[in-house]
Design a protein around this ligand. Structure first.
Ligand SMILES: [Zn+2]
Length: 93
């Protein structure tokens, strides 16, 4: 991703690249924006993880259909690991 001119200027001046306040020591952002960033990153990771779990379930349903089984039959015939993943998936809903 290309950084904007403003980003470069603020970084060079030791200012927060998001809001222009003095940056927190050794960082590109002030303390407040670092907090925001941490929150956004955590939310992003959570969403990504959820997407992965959903994909796992969809794959399972697809595989069951291809095997000519119902979803329940397919899961019952599969490993504990698979059951565990489905369980995890339900917990995050
Ligand atoms: Zn800031």
């Amino acid at each position: 991703m290309a950084h904007s001119k403003q980003f470069m200027e603020r970084r060079a001046a030791g200012l927060c690249v998001d809001c222009g306040a003095p940056a927190f020591q050794g960082h590109l952002r002030c303390e407040k924006c670092l907090e925001n960033q941490r929150f956004i990153t955590a939310e992003y990771r959570k969403r990504k993880r959820r997407e992965r779990e959903v994909k796992t379930l969809e794959d399972t349903i697809k595989a069951a259909t291809e095997a000519g089984m119902s979803y329940g039959q397919y899961v019952a015939q599969n490993s504990e690991g698979m059951k565990w993943r489905i369980k995890k998936y339900r917990e995050v809903q």
